[in-house]
Design a protein around this ligand. Structure first.
Ligand SMILES: Cc1cc2nc3c(=O)[nH]c(=O)nc-3n(C[C@H](O)[C@H](O)[C@H](O)COP(=O)(O)O)c2cc1C
Length: 187
């Protein structure tokens, strides 16, 4: 059982990263192999809209760090993708990662990465946890279209300051429970 964490926040040791680390640590405690990537530290270009992946059987033509991430995702049983909310949407780093999934959608609309179990983590500064409800729902739907099976979701509201997560026992507990549940899953 392998779980991959993908951090879409540029803030090292930020709330998004911490939540993902708690899920992974709990998964590891329950027997899963884990790995974490921080998108901000990787070379991930935005989709160039060349349609090479659609007009040929090839994968994406861009040879940056994204092909390796896709390989890791393909080998994983579950993926955690976390992003802070910036101006009501996912971060630019996460958006580039999302757009690159275009290359993984075949002409039959089937995903080349397979039906991966997914947990989404969103963090934002505003304390109202339902403030971005509609955006988060449509983003979850988008991940389903991209081929993921959305298993669970954490919305960490009121997490503007670095370290704010440490005072949020209910979010920490939920992250631990998710890690335990993920470790039990098999694709
Ligand atoms: C560029 C930018 C835009 C932001 N926009 C919003 C926003 O629209 N709504 C909100 O509630 N918080 C907003 N925030 C706050 C972040 O969502 C919040 O600090 C988040 O928890 C950061 O996660 P991190 O600790 O993982 O970096 C913004 C922060 C930045 C830097």
């Amino acid at each position: 059982m392998k779980i991959i964490g993908v951090v879409g926040s540029p803030r090292v040791d930020g709330n998004t990263q911490k939540l993902i680390e708690i899920i992974l640590a709990s998964g590891a405690e329950h027997g899963a192999e884990t790995k974490i990537f921080n998108l901000n530290e990787l070379d991930i270009k935005g989709c160039q809209s060349c349609y090479h992946c659609k007009t040929t059987d090839d994968d994406c033509i861009i040879k940056d760090d994204m092909p390796q991430i896709f390989e890791e995702i393909k080998q994983a049983d579950a993926v955690i993708i976390g992003s802070p909310i910036y101006f009501g949407q996912i971060s630019a780093q996460t958006k580039a990662f999302v757009d690159r999934h275009f290359s993984q959608i075949g002409s039959d609309f089937k995903s080349k990465i397979g039906k991966k179990n997914l947990v989404l983590v969103f963090t934002h500064g505003n304390p109202k946890s339902d403030l971005f409800k509609h955006y988060i729902e449509s983003t979850s739907q988008l991940f389903r279209f991209m081929g993921y099976k959305v298993q669970d979701l954490i919305i960490g509201a009121g997490l503007r300051k670095i370290g704010a997560i440490n005072q949020r026992e209910e979010l920490i507990q939920k992250a631990k429970e998710i890690g335990e549940e993920l470790a039990k899953l098999k694709n």
